[in-house]
Unconditional design. Structure first.
Length: 343
């Protein structure tokens, strides 16, 4: 009886902890959906619409912004499925788990790779503006964007194909839980990009600090320096928790190979896993604010876009009002003519 009572107490405690975790996770998901999701969804759409509306004036950075916004928009739209997957239900279905993992990884890699390439491009443009002009052409920028999308797809599909052949015939096999894939995600998805971004922006910061000697250029470049600090901090803060979480699981698997086939940390600590996923998705929601809305060029384009839309709406109203007035006058004239014809 004592043993059964202890078991019942343990089950009740576990159930209450699961329920508490579920409620906290649901609350955080609602906060993300109300606060961050609209910023990411609407912000990335605005970047696409405004820049494509001024296609003839599109610069090389604008082209990178558009591709980054497209990758972030897909990732943000897909995040709602992951955000409200509180019970990790789709991880129990191998096909659905693999599909979601592939889709998330392609867009995750493309978003991170574009962030990394943009930091390198900014350094090249600032450090050697004269010698880099032949290299920084619109054709080369379009080629770079295509190669980045190809690299993102290959970084996902190539390991998937290799792993799929190794685990052929396994019913409950999921691409997301593969030990080697997680190592790849941590290295080329975080450590290498963050090192490149940090190096490029530290060199850019050094160049901007030297510009302090030219007092006329310093106020404008000081704004650029603030944006650079924001870029690195937001990228680091958003992606660090998930990669630390994955690294802990990887280190456990390295120390004890039997842990590789055991349940993942996302199953053992669902609330922590949910929080790190939300943090990672937040980067794609905050990128529009950092890269575009803090930049003067995009704000000028946005003002012009709003003015154009507002002027068009005024013209449309004026035309509709004039048309209505014209029709009403014609109606009155025709009524008067019909009345006089009777007499």
């Amino acid at each position: 009886l004592t043993t059964s009572n202890d078991n019942d107490t343990t089950e009740l405690t576990e159930d209450s902890e699961k329920y508490r975790s579920y409620v906290v996770g649901l609350f955080l998901s609602c906060l993300y959906t109300i606060l961050l999701f609209p910023i990411g969804f609407i912000g990335n759409i605005l970047i696409l619409v405004v820049n494509l509306n001024h296609r003839e004036k599109m610069t090389i950075p604008d082209l990178y912004f558009v591709n980054l916004a497209l990758a972030d928009l897909i990732l943000v739209a897909d995040s709602l499925i992951e955000v409200f997957n509180l019970n990790e239900k789709y991880y129990d279905y191998a096909v659905l788990c693999t599909f979601m993992s592939l889709f998330l990884q392609v867009n995750m890699y493309s978003s991170i790779f574009f962030l990394t390439w943009m930091s390198f491009d900014r350094y090249v443009a600032l450090a050697s503006s004269i010698s880099s002009r032949p290299l920084r052409t619109m054709q080369h920028a379009k080629l770079s964007c295509g190669l980045i999308w190809m690299a993102s797809i290959l970084a996902t599909l190539l390991p998937f194909t290799i792993v799929q052949t190794q685990h052929r015939g396994e019913v409950h096999f999921c691409f997301a839980n593969v030990f080697e894939i997680q190592w790849l995600e941590v290295t080329i998805g975080f450590l290498v990009p963050f090192s490149i971004i940090g190096l490029c922006y530290s060199l850019i910061g050094r160049i901007l600090m030297r510009a302090q000697k030219h007092r006329g250029l310093w106020p404008r470049r000081q704004k650029a320096l603030r944006m650079i600090v924001a870029v690195v901090l937001v990228f680091f803060i958003c992606w660090l928790p998930e990669n630390v979480f994955i690294s802990i699981q990887l280190l456990q698997g390295t120390a004890d190979p039997s842990q590789r086939t055991a349940t993942t940390l996302w199953h053992d600590y669902p609330l922590t896993g949910h929080i790190v996923n939300l943090a990672a998705f937040s980067n794609s929601c905050l990128n529009p604010i950092i890269y575009s809305f803090l930049g003067e060029t995009f704000r000028d384009k946005l003002r012009l876009f709003i003015k154009q839309k507002a002027s068009w709406s005024v013209v449309n109203r004026f035309c509709h009002h004039g048309l209505d007035l014209h029709l009403s006058v014609r109606g009155e004239v025709s009524e008067l003519e019909r009345f006089t014809s009777l007499y």
